[in-house]
Design a protein around this ligand. Structure first.
Ligand code: FES
Length: 573
């Protein structure tokens, strides 16, 4: 099999010349023939001045290179897109597929026998796994790791659950301008990903559970020496995989490993975004995520991890308590222990080596879980004919069964304009409805599902309300919030025809979300909706047009329709 520099030669019509030409140029960087004869491990460089969650990437690259060299291969670093949550307009989800396409094409285009993809901020790990699974080249995923905690007036803080909590206090008038400014300097004390069980931590755990990353890699803090050792190990393993050609993503992302990942997602109190990304990553490997099986797991698997926003601790405490292998040991009886890992053995082997921490309250046992049920419930009903989801582990128990009057917002922009108006007709037991915020509607399905509590209610002390939308929500948020309503309003889903004053019923135990109107009224409203002009101007060019034309709904992972595995006719050269 062709390896190293000889792979994927540029087309000049003369293979010998193509190799000669390639060698001539690369030697300008001082490589010897010995170095250039080795198998190559590509390493993605996702460092960006816009991305503090990836602020340690240069250090990690050095450690990965050391591991690759120790195992006798040649590391080659190459840049790709980098996405940070707060520097991505209109929303990072809009760019995830672009990053996946960029990474896939650069892995395909450049000579490499294995690749280490380094990412962390929410969309970067799924984008990179989608890319690597599409190419099916041996890959080791290296997470940048979580930030460590901050402190403010004796209280431990971590982005971004505490960002939202403290901002809500500021909106309610409990914190003044000077204090919120001070807090902004203390919430994110180091580089690395958000220190709670938000989307980044969820994805870090899911890639380790899938066997795509080495044990303990999900939790080691970004700034700890452990993180660099994990990077070295990742480089070494990638080099060994480059030499032997396996395991490939298709060996690792299987029905068994996806089920393991779904189990972990429920037990860690994971982000609802994790479900979208897991669907997309599995889809690129040809594995269909069974959403009903996921919901059933949620009834069997309790939340074991005591991390914010479902619990009280932070990612660095999870690491000290034994990390994901220790948590998976508790879930032993629900897992397929024969699923493979890039570490060279099975998931069962990784669990067998899990450390046991004494006197810890971070990883609970099945006998004494944090929550009796799993993180996420899947809802259906006449408002969500396909599906919707709710993060029940971070919701208010007294709102899990609730009927209230709808207060409708047509778009994210309208929400911003009206939500704090003193004239807004809203009560604490109403249901806030946001639409046109789905994959095509916004576009890009922003994290706008966490509708703020209207100012006048916040000032009365209201902390939670039922909120429903076709949008997403940050995994760091808390609230009784129904998300990912599918089909979305912008493609004519029933959410499009809810009217202010309608009554909406949420029953999480029964897995129902219903608009309380009869079928005839629903059909008549849907027929009238079809004749309405579009809500906004459509994109006419560039990536925005590609996105709007091709993005699939949330229940299909928001991937592009032309990137599905079954359509792929290319093979690795
Ligand atoms: Fe990057 Fe939270 S903003 S992980």
């Amino acid at each position: 099999m062709t390896k190293g520099l000889r792979k994927g030669l540029t087309s000049y019509g003369d293979a010998g010349f193509s190799l000669f030409h390639r060698k001539a140029f690369i030697k300008a960087l001082g490589y010897s023939d010995d170095a250039l004869d080795r198998p190559i491990v590509g390493v993605t460089n996702t460092y960006s001045d816009y991305n503090p969650c990836h602020g340690n990437v240069p250090d990690l690259i050095e450690s990965v290179k050391r591991g690759v060299l120790l195992a006798g291969c040649l590391p080659m670093v190459f840049p790709t897109i980098s996405i940070h949550e707060s520097f991505a307009h209109p929303t990072s989800m809009f760019l995830r597929n672009l990053m996946a396409m960029d990474t896939e094409e650069m892995i395909r285009a450049q000579a490499m026998d294995a690749v280490v993809v380094i990412g962390g901020c929410d969309k970067t790990l799924p984008a990179q796994v989608m890319a690597a699974a599409s190419v099916d080249l041996p890959v080791v995923v290296l997470q940048t790791g979580p930030m460590t905690v901050g402190n403010h007036r004796g209280e431990v803080l971590g982005a971004c659950t505490d960002c939202r909590r403290l901002w809500a206090q500021y909106r309610a008038g409990m914190i003044d301008e000077a204090e919120i400014d001070l807090i902004s300097s203390r919430l994110v004390p180091t580089v690395g990903t958000c220190g709670v069980m938000g989307t980044a931590s969820t994805m870090a755990c899911l890639v380790e559970a899938l066997g795509l990353a080495v044990p303990m890699s999900a939790t080691a803090p970004a700034t700890h020496a452990d993180r660099r050792r994990i990077a070295e190990t990742s480089g070494k393993r990638a080099a060994e995989m480059a030499i032997c050609g396996s395991p490939r993503p298709s060996d690792l992302i299987t029905e068994a490993s996806v089920r393991n990942a779904m189990t972990v997602l429920q037990a860690i109190g994971g982000s609802t975004n994790g479900l979208i990304h897991l669907t997309a990553m599995a889809g690129r490997a040809g594995v269909k995520l069974d959403i009903d099986a996921f919901d059933r797991l949620g009834r069997e698997i309790p939340v074991l991890l005591n991390l914010k926003p479902s619990g009280t601790h932070y990612m660095e405490h999870f690491h000290s308590a034994g990390g994901l292998p220790a948590l998976m040991r508790e879930l032993n009886s629900f897992l397929d222990l024969d699923a493979l890992s890039v570490s060279g053995g099975t998931i069962g082997d990784a669990i067998a080596k899990a450390e046991s921490a004494q006197e810890q309250d971070v990883i609970r046992s099945l006998a004494a879980p944090l929550k009796k049920v799993g993180a996420i419930a899947v809802l259906r009903g006449n408002l969500a004919p396909n599906t919707a989801v709710i993060k029940q582990s971070a919701a208010s128990p007294d709102l899990m069964r609730h009927t209230g009057r709808a207060v409708v917002f047509e778009s994210v922009e309208e929400t911003t304009l009206r939500i704090d108006s003193p004239d807004l007709d809203v009560n604490a037991d109403d249901v806030l409805v946001l639409r046109n915020a789905g994959p095509k509607g916004a576009p890009g399905m922003p994290e706008a599902g966490y509708l703020p509590i209207p100012m006048k209610l916040a000032r009365q002390g209201v902390k939670d309300m039922v909120r429903i939308s076709d949008a997403r929500m940050s995994g760091t948020a808390f609230g009784t919030i129904v998300l990912h309503i599918t089909p979305e309003a912008a493609v004519g889903g029933p959410l499009a025809v809810v009217q202010t004053g309608d009554r909406i019923m949420l029953d999480v135990e029964a897995r129902r979300i219903e608009l309380l109107i009869d079928d005839a009224e629903m059909q008549s409203r849907l027929a009238a909706w079809k004749d309405l002009p579009p809500q906004r101007e459509k994109a006419t060019r560039g990536y925005a047009k590609l996105f709007e034309d091709c993005v699939l709904q949330a229940d299909r992972g928001c991937d592009f329709n032309f990137l599905l595995r079954e359509l792929d006719s290319r093979t690795d050269s």
